[in-house]
Design a protein. Sequence first.
Length: 95
Amino acid sequence: MMINKISEVNALNTLQNTKRSNSVSNSQHVSDEISVSDEAKAMAEAMFMKEVAAETPDVRSDVVEKIKLKIQDPNYLSEETIAATADRILSAYGF
């Protein structure tokens, strides 16, 4: 049995004889950067505040329990305490 030689080996030789450049002299060092608009920053802050509000309980049960205990004490509800509470409420509304 006889094997005929392959005739198109020259194409492979031209690929093997290519020169590769090891230098990177033509490339430029460029750093990436991003910019965030003021509107995007405001939206991110609003979203964060919305998450905080969702995680915060509507009623602080520990404060409610303390107030309930104070109200049960007969000495707590005096004229002075009621007047001070009324003054705080009025000052909160600007009166």
